[in-house]
Design a protein around this ligand. Structure first.
Ligand code: SF4
Ligand code: SF4
Length: 717
């Protein structure tokens, strides 16, 4: 990894009597070490990448504590690690982005939850739902219910988050069930402080190894016939044990207030939003003291029926605050109240939106409509409604006055090595015609946005080739599947390549080999030049594909647009059947720039020569047709007024952020667009030879430009 987390690692070393300050996700990392974990693993993805990244940099500390760290190749392998807790008193935690990661891990999770665990087993889920999310909109709640895994959802507040981690392990051990701890994007990035505790070693760990396996016990296997007993154990023993622990340890919180005939039941992760909305409506102060009683579910699943009933009893109405659909919690609460013949009216969806993230507007509207319906004693509901309307009413006016704001989709970084491949696909399609593009998850999915707008389907991480399997045989032209090296190792090798070869499939696969899991923060991959300890991985995509039996295989430098166009045309037109793989090779520019910047800074300090390549457009030659912009989409390419008073079209211009990747020039050349691009080198700490060559070149240019007197003066200096 190119980034360093030295400061964060220091925070992980804090002990009793000190105060930890930082982000929610880092607090989780510290809480794991305070809880005596023996192993940690996971697969990176926002918003929890930070957890693993910091752990990687803290390997020395982990070694002292005997904690094993595994940077897994996908979420299934991370979930399978928790199998260590089935038979042994080992506490362990794994992490990934949900719901997509949980989908990948689902098989292992079912097989873990069925026999249950002895040592505390925890999954830290980055619940990427709602505003700012980058994955399909589903919630992880269903997995907790179907597997009988408990789902913690702590209030976004550092002491609550740390408490949830520590108690989560105890809950897992008391009920012999794995625990999931979900953190939404805002909870991961909430900042605060908590009283740190000294890290502790696990009962068994790398520093205190287990003597050997336990006596063989068939009941610990997720296998028939014991799976039938295990199903009963989940419901008859583990569930009541979990509910008792949650109740005894007061994991859920009550906030009692002056009003008593209404209440709010809120999932822990949404508590801050509710309090903020109540505060804006004049129903809570800035310190969170609210007028409406709140029951905060820091454990979202399972519910504790006794707690639900005691909170609702005597209230005319409650509002259940739970984002997304189905309304799992609302339904369960209604069932519990009906069974107990408690007549409290339950509001939820209807007052609150059925789908999507609950932002400030949703909370304010939801609470105001609940109060308007429930009309609690002691609150002027009409005044609250008027206040909500006044607070939010300006939005419609603002939209009308501003007009439609154009969408601003995400884009490749400046100089990204993947952008040229899509320029090449566009150019190749001019000759071979349009074909089905099977897109994938990763930075390359930005090509689905303008100016490329390439991609007819995305079916999951590493799934592009597999998702083209049925398209190819039904289409005249071969489909092109695009996959990153991250997706290749995550899933694509088996799901796509092996399946294609096994089925004697046809088609074209482009593997973007940028050297890292770039979209998640440049983590190392099996095909990176080195692993996290700095030693070569010894694995390459090329070798792997050849060993699988791929015979049509080309590796092309991504920036060589003309060569990429030719290779693509060849792959599309060759009579040879079978899978054709193009490895598009080019290091992630973000990672490269980070590395080069640091190296250059060192060289400059030593007074050494440093060069930087820049591209530019000659204003006099640019015709202003802007094909270069349409074919590359580089954010450093823009337009400026034409300096020629006789020409009105704005000319293309390269701005300061250019990293000199050369794509614009390559595209111009490959597309036979125009000769207006030039390449320049900015030299710092120039040598005598540099200065001499500079003067010589300038002199020659002036001479050829009809300024011999200036050229002669140049030569004389
Ligand atoms: S992170 Fe790397 S691979 Fe991803 S868009 Fe940026 S330069 Fe390209
Ligand atoms: S302006 Fe051209 S050379 Fe500079 S980063 Fe963009 S595509 Fe690369």
């Amino acid at each position: 990894m190119e980034r360093s987390f030295k400061h964060e690692v220091e925070q992980l070393k804090l002990g009793d009597g000190t105060t930890f300050r930082g982000e929610g996700i880092l607090a989780v990392t510290k809480a794991l070490l305070q809880s005596g974990v023996s192993y940690v693993g996971g697969y990176q993805g926002a918003p929890v990448s930070h957890l693993l990244d910091v752990m990687v940099d803290a390997e020395e500390l982990l070694g002292e504590l005997g904690v094993h760290l595994e940077t897994c190749t996908n979420e299934a392998s991370a979930a399978a690690m928790l199998g260590a807790s089935i038979n042994y008193p080992l506490r362990g935690a794994v992490t990934w982005k949900s719901v997509v990661g949980t989908n990948v891990a689902a098989d292992a999770l079912s097989n873990l939850a069925s026999p249950g665990v002895i040592g505390g087993a925890m999954v830290i889920l980055g619940e990427d739902y709602g505003e700012g999310s980058s994955v399909i909109q589903e919630r992880s709640y269903a997995y907790a219910m179907k597997c009988s895994m408990w789902l913690m959802d702590p209030r976004p507040d550092l002491p609550s988050i740390v408490h949830a981690v520590e108690k989560g392990f105890e809950l897992s051990e008391a009920s012999h069930a794995p625990v999931m701890l979900q953190l939404r994007v805002r909870a991961c990035h909430v900042t605060g402080e908590f009283a740190a505790k000294t890290n502790r070693r696990g009962i068994n760990s790398g520093q205190n190894k287990l003597a050997g396996p336990p006596r063989f016990e068939y009941g610990r296997l997720a296998h028939p016939p014991v799976i039938f007993t295990q199903e009963r154990l989940k419901i008859e023993q583990r569930l009541p044990a979990a509910q008792k622990f949650i109740r005894d340890e007061k994991l859920n919180e009550y906030f009692n207030c002056d009003l008593s005939d209404v209440g709010i039941i809120v999932l822990g992760g949404l508590y801050n939003g509710v309090i903020r909305a109540l505060s804006r409506l004049g129903l809570a102060d800035l310190y969170g003291e609210a007028r409406i009683p709140i029951y905060c579910l820091n454990v979202a699943y399972p519910l504790v029926p006794e707690e639900v009933k005691s909170f609702c009893a005597g209230k005319r109405a409650v509002l259940v605050v739970e984002e997304g659909s189905p309304e799992y919690v609302e339904q369960q609460i209604i069932v519990e109240l009906r069974r107990a013949d408690i007549q409290t009216k339950v509001y939820g969806k209807g007052c609150l939106p059925r789908t999507g993230d609950y932002n400030s507007e949703a909370f304010i509207n939801g609470i105001a409509s609940f109060l308007a319906e429930a009309k609690p004693a002691g609150i002027d509901a009409d005044a609250i409604t008027a206040q909500a309307q006044q607070m939010l009413g300006h939005k419609a006016g603002a939209i009308t006055s501003v007009g439609e704001v154009p969408p601003r989709p995400p884009n490749f970084c400046t100089g990204c090595p993947e952008r040229p491949v899509f320029s090449a696909i566009k150019l190749a399609q001019r000759e071979i015609g349009p074909t089905h593009i099977s897109a994938d998850i990763g930075c390359h999915s930005f090509a689905t946005f303008a100016p490329f707008s390439l991609g007819n389907s995305i079916l999951g991480y590493g799934m592009s080739l597999a998702s083209a399997a049925a398209v190819g045989p039904n289409m005249e032209r071969r489909p092109i599947a695009v996959m990153g090296d991250g997706g290749f190792w995550h899933n694509g090798l088996i799901t796509g390549v092996a399946s294609n070869l096994f089925n004697k499939g046809d088609g074209v696969l482009i593997v973007m080999q940028n050297g890292y899991a770039s979209a998640t923060g440049q983590q190392y991959l099996p095909s990176s030049t080195k692993n996290r300890s700095g030693t070569p991985t010894g694995m390459t995509i090329e070798q792997t594909l050849r060993s699988f039996g791929v015979t049509w295989l080309r590796t092309v430098r991504t920036y060589s647009v003309a060569k990429m166009v030719e290779t693509l045309k060849e792959a599309m037109r060759t009579a040879e059947r079978g899978l054709k793989v193009i490895i598009a090779d080019g290091e992630c520019m973000l990672a490269r720039q980070r590395r080069i910047r640091a190296e250059d800074a060192e060289k400059l300090k030593r007074g050494e020569r440093v060069t930087k390549t820049r591209f530019g457009v000659d204003d006099e030659i640019c015709t202003g047709d802007h094909s270069c912009i349409r074919l590359s989409g580089c954010p450093s390419l823009t337009v400026k007024p034409n300096p020629d008073p006789l020409r009105t079209d704005p000319v293309a211009s390269v701005i300061e952020s250019c990293v000199g990747c050369g794509l614009c020039g390559e595209v111009a050349h490959a597309a036979v667009l125009c000769p207006s691009f030039y390449r320049a080198e900015v030299v710092r700490n120039a040598t005598f030879a540099d200065r001499f060559m500079f003067k010589l070149r300038r002199g020659v240019i002036r001479m050829l430009g009809g300024r011999p007197r200036e050229a002669a003066a140049e030569a004389a200096t």
